[in-house]
Structures are given as structure tokens and as C-alpha cells.
Design a protein around this ligand. Structure first.
Ligand SMILES: [Zn+2]
Length: 491
């Protein structure tokens, strides 16, 4: 695999190239023109639009290799393709091919369609180096349209009260996104000088906006002011006596955002991928190795690792109901399809699937990644149970090695922190279970702690089988949500 180092920027030592280094370097890829990504390097690989924006922000001469999107190009012996990153105008991902393998570096990126950035593209890669600014589960952003509606409503309300609405957003990218959004709402934006300058560059590239004015102190009435966040403490804003100030940022999903930014409102619009899209991106790129950068990189990396088979098996073995839900989400419908094929009847297939998941749950400590995947093991269990079911043997007639989840978890004490977090998770599960409606809790406990099949639960409670299935599905779904919250809560 291509060697990767990190020191205030990504460095590929075998290729002698830096990716978005903070400090000036002889040879670097610059993903986009945000100020934390540009420096006076000697020689750069860059997209055309980023090159143009960069020249507006950074004086000096440098050798530029300006690459078109999507076209593999040889630069100093490297085979490089730039792909749009969807973050801001011109933002690019760096795709490197060697004889042996491939590497994709995202830079800052987002998957949601933006109005002022090229639509993102991707390629499968062996190594994925990605930014994870919002790498924690609570950072799931609402749909853009909804946020825009809220921003427009905020501006209208302020104007009706005779106040000046002020929207704070970064002058490159975010501000143009807001500008486009206001266009359809018939609001008249007035741009802070730095926003104005960047917007003019966008226009030179053929991006069209609504009508807008450049900031003039005496003409703000009836307009919507768009300023960079730093302007919030400036004289320009201070001198407005009647104003409503809103911050436009992905961080607005945090409950205390308005205090943190000292504003009247905060709206979660971001030019970065949110948590759900980060996860989705890993699935799209299908990498063998993921390296994470920025924001909640360590947390996100941990979440990714939790998705691997050995970790999922370990979580199952420790009695983590959330892990069971995860396994079910991934392979439930596949397992059901296999079971139906063997037993030929959906009611019976549901029981077979239930028993197979139960077997994997109970024997998860025996999982050995060297011998095959969790999926393969689960499907083998489904097939065996389905055949047993056809031969008329019940689940309890099979001699199965049963492991007590609690004993397994405390047995391997090599990593105390892992043990502590496991026991906390178990406590969290108990708490999550206790917050379920009693009938859902009862069904889940009978299945996973009592080892009963859905048919047996139905019989023993004298409740129709369909009702039991619904309760379990609803209960597991709720457990998953509760446990996701627990994991995400700060300390
Ligand atoms: Zn950026």
C-alpha cells in the first residue's frame, strides 16, 4: 500500500508530494482555496477554478499544474486524476494510481448537492484519506431545502419588524450558497466587501446569481446583509442599532450554538459532509484502508472500526443488543431471502432467521475472521437451521454451545479501557431496555435473554405472532436509536 505520513498535512514519502500542507512545500496538491488550505508552495497540482481563486487570495509566483476534472494526467511521474469534491467552487479530490494500488484523498468535501459547487464524484480506491469534520453521529444535517426555508423566514420576520437581517457565513462558498438561496425568495442581498469580491470571481466562471448590492453603510435598510463571521464584532455590524444576526454553519446543530456565536439564531447549512454522508462515502469508495483527518477523526475512525466483522462479533459476544440490531440491519433481509428459498414459506423462514441470529449472538465469541466473514457464518447458520426446520427438528433439539454474554465480556481483560467501555455500554443497554414500552421490552428479553423463538414467545404470552414480530422490530429499532444517542453524548 502507498505509504502515508501526516505532519501538518498529508505526505506521501514514496511520491514526494504533500496533500494540503499547512506550510510552504516544494511540491503539493491544493484541494481548494479556503485560507487554511493555501500556502506559497513551489509547485502545485490544482483545479482551474481553485487556481483562479487562489491567485485572488495569495500573491506570488509558483509552478502550477492545472488539471481538468476526471482526466488522468501524468505530473512529474505521478498518474493523477482530480475529481470534484462538492465543497466549494473548484474544490477537488486527488486520485492517485500506481501499478500496485490506488489512493483517494478527499480534501474538504460534501455529498449533498450544492448550488455553488460542482457535483461530487468518486472512484473506488484501496486507500481513502478523508476529512471527518462532522465525524460524530449527532452531526446529521437536516435537508438543505428545509434550512433555506428557515433562513428565508428569519430574514422576512426581521424585515417586517423593521430590523436588518444579518447572515454570517464564510466569504468563499457558504456566502454564495446563501446568496443563491435568497434569490428565489425575492430578498435583496447586500454583500460585505470580501464576500462581494469572491462572488465576482464566481461570476467570471459563469455562475449567475440574483441581483445584489455591495455594502454601503447608508443603504442597508430593507436588505439582507451577508458577511463573514469575523464581521460580527466589526464596526460595520456594531453600528446597526436594530438588527437580527444569524450564523450559518454546520455547527448550528449544537444546542448551545447561539450562545457560542453570540447571535440571535443559527442555521445548520454546511459545505462539509455530515456524519451520515461520511459513512455513506466509505461505502461508495469501498476502501481497504481509511485514514481520517480533521474534526472528530478519532471518533469517526472508531465508528468505522466498529463496523468491521471482528468488532461486531466482539460486541455481540459482550451482549450488545445494538450490535445485534446492526447485524440485523445489514443481513436481515438477505438471511430472510435465503431462508425462504430453502423452506418455501415466509412464516417459517422468519423463525429460521430468528434462530440463526440467536445462534450467532450466543456463539459470537467463537467468531474467527481468518476462517471467513460474519456474513458467511450467519448465512451458513440460516441454511443449516432451514434444513433442520424442513426435517422437522426444533431449535431446542440442537446441541449448541451456549455462552453467557456477561462471562465472555469479562473474560478477556487485556484492554481495561475496552472493558470499561463495554460495561458502560452494557449499562447503557440496560437503561435503554428499561425505557422501552413494557411489551416491546418483554419480547426482546424473552428472545435474547430467554432464548425463545418468536413462535414460542407468541404462544407463551398468548399474543398473535404478527404482533410479537412488530413489537420486536419496533423495540430493536428504538434500542438502536437510544444506543446511538448514548454513544454520541459528550462524556
Ligand atoms: Zn474548506
Amino acid at each position: 500500500m502507498i505509504r502515508v505520513q501526516y505532519e501538518r498535512g498529508v505526505f506521501l514519502p514514496e511520491k514526494n508530494i504533500w496533500l494540503d500542507p499547512w506550510d510552504p512545500k516544494p511540491f503539493a496538491f491544493v484541494s481548494h482555496a479556503h485560507s487554511d488550505h493555501i500556502a506559497p508552495h513551489g509547485e502545485i497540482i490544482v483545479s482551474e477554478r481553485t487556481s483562479r481563486l487562489m491567485r485572488a487570495r495569495l500573491a506570488g509566483e509558483r509552478t502550477e499544474h492545472v488539471l481538468d476534472f476526471g482526466i488522468p494526467t501524468n505530473v512529474d511521474g505521478l498518474r493523477v486524476t482530480l475529481l470534484p469534491a462538492g465543497h466549494i467552487f473548484g474544490s477537488a479530490q486527488f486520485f492517485l494510481e500506481t501499478e500496485a494500488d490506488t489512493l483517494l484523498y478527499t480534501g474538504d468535501f460534501k455529498l449533498r448537492p450544492g448550488r455553488s459547487a460542482e457535483a461530487p464524484q468518486w472512484k473506488r480506491a484501496d486507500t481513502l484519506i478523508m476529512e471527518t469534520t462532522y465525524g460524530l453521529p449527532p452531526y446529521r444535517l437536516p435537508p438543505t431545502d428545509l434550512v433555506v426555508q428557515q433562513i428565508v423566514a428569519f430574514c422576512r420576520e426581521a424585515l417586517e419588524e423593521g430590523a436588518v437581517p444579518v447572515l454570517l457565513g464564510y466569504s468563499l462558498g457558504k456566502a454564495q450558497e446563501i446568496l443563491c438561496s435568497l434569490a428565489e425568495a425575492n430578498l435583496r442581498p447586500m454583500l460585505h466587501g470580501s464576500v462581494y469580491r469572491m462572488t465576482r470571481i464566481y461570476e467570471q466562471f459563469g455562475q449567475s446569481f440574483c441581483e445584489y448590492d455591495r455594502y454601503e453603510p447608508d443603504a442597508v435598510e430593507g436588505k439582507v446583509l451577508i458577511c463573514p463571521p469575523s464581521a460580527n464584532r466589526s464596526r460595520m455590524i456594531q453600528r446597526l442599532t436594530n438588527k437580527r444576526v444569524a450564523m450559518i454553519s454546520g455547527w448550528a446543530v449544537e444546542p448551545n450554538a447561539i450562545y457560542r456565536y453570540q447571535v440571535d439564531a443559527a442555521f445548520p447549512l454546511s459545505d462539509h459532509a455530515d456524519y451520515a454522508d461520511l459513512m455513506r462515502y466509505v461505502e461508495l469508495v469501498q476502501p481497504e484502508r481509511v485514514l481520517t483527518l480533521h474534526g472528530f477523526a478519532a471518533e469517526f475512525a472508531r465508528d468505522l472500526r466498529e463496523l468491521s466483522d471482528p468488532d461486531l462479533a466482539a460486541a455481540l459476544a459482550s451482549g450488545d443488543v445494538g450490535a445485534l440490531g446492526e447485524l440485523y440491519d445489514r443481513y436481515g433481509s438477505l438471511a430472510f431471502a435465503v431462508a425462504v428459498r430453502v423452506v418455501g414459506d415466509s412464516g417459517r423462514a422468519e423463525d429460521v432467521v430468528q434462530e440463526a441470529f440467536l445462534k450467532v449472538w450466543r456463539s459470537a465469541a467463537r467468531f474467527d475472521a481468518q476462517r471467513g466473514s460474519l456474513r458467511g457464518w450467519l448465512l451458513a447458520c440460516v441454511r443449516n437451521r432451514a434444513i433442520d426446520s424442513l426435517r422437522g427438528r426444533g431449535a431446542h433439539e440442537q446441541a449448541e454451545l451456549e455462552l453467557q454474554p456477561e462471562l465472555v465480556a469479562t473474560g478477556s481483560g487485556s484492554d481495561p479501557w475496552r472493558e470499561v467501555s463495554r460495561s458502560l455500554e452494557r449499562a447503557a443497554i440496560q437503561e435503554a431496555l428499561s425505557s422501552l414500552p413494557p411489551e416491546q421490552r418483554q419480547a426482546i428479553e424473552l428472545a435474547y435473554y430467554g432464548g425463545l423463538t418468536q413462535v414460542e414467545i407468541s404462544r407463551s404470552l398468548d399474543v398473535p405472532l404478527g404482533t410479537i414480530k412488530t413489537r420486536m422490530r419496533a423495540g430493536l429499532h428504538r434500542l438502536r436509536l437510544l444506543l446511538a444517542d448514548t454513544r454520541a453524548a459528550p462524556n
